[in-house]
Design a binder for this molecule. Sequence first.
Ligand code: ZN
Length: 266
Amino acid sequence: MSFTLVSAQNGVKYMRSDIIPVRHGFATRVGGVSHEPHTASLNLAFRRGDDEQTVIENLRLFSEAVGVCAESVVSRHQIHSSRVVYADEKMCGEGYFRECDEGCDGYVTDRVGVTLGVKTADCVPILFCDHDAHIIGAVHAGWRGTASGIAAECVSKMCELGANVKNIRAAVGAAIHSCCYEVGEDFRESVTALAGEKMAREFIHERDGGLYADIIGMNRSMLLGAGVHDENIDISEKCTCCEPSLFYSHRYSHGVRGTMLSVISL
Ligand SMILES: [Zn+2]
């Protein structure tokens, strides 16, 4: 199990996981056409300082690198919830080529050619696949979505569609790790309220007089709790905040940054 940093012919750099046997990719910030210092160069979200044409060109470059169709991507605005929706062909283009009022933070589908997309810049992107059942999923797990159990919710929605939890593979892309994720006491209280004291105790630790959260560990724990096998979970060791030249990091940039996209398609 491992992640590979791929350098595509068109210059885009993205990461992929060896355990996911279908087309997918976790974008880095490298290989796009954004010129602003904070969005350079593969910003994949509107309203971060690039004009829309620039973002769409970046989407085309990233899609080409991964081997999916840019128009097939579904990536609605995200609301830090545990809401996972079924995506069909009618939703292709939502978020980039068409507005959609309804937000969500995860998708499942069994439809060939529907590309699921989640946007992150420190939050945890997770891509899912049950290859036998031909069912995929994707989630954006910020701390609130993580503590609300969005990873387990996606597994549950995949199983409702016909996936077998024993066959579900989950790849957890680059995100902010506990080395850099300092939080406050209010954070610990919120996680305790949402996910319970055990989860807060296990994944929020004191260090050098500060509190540090491990939201990747939290997601792994949620996946195991949902029945996903340990050997079917692949976790990138890369911390977005430790490598600001390769990734956008909300924490590192104090919020002035571009956004990455992670995609998966049958
Ligand atoms: Zn770090």
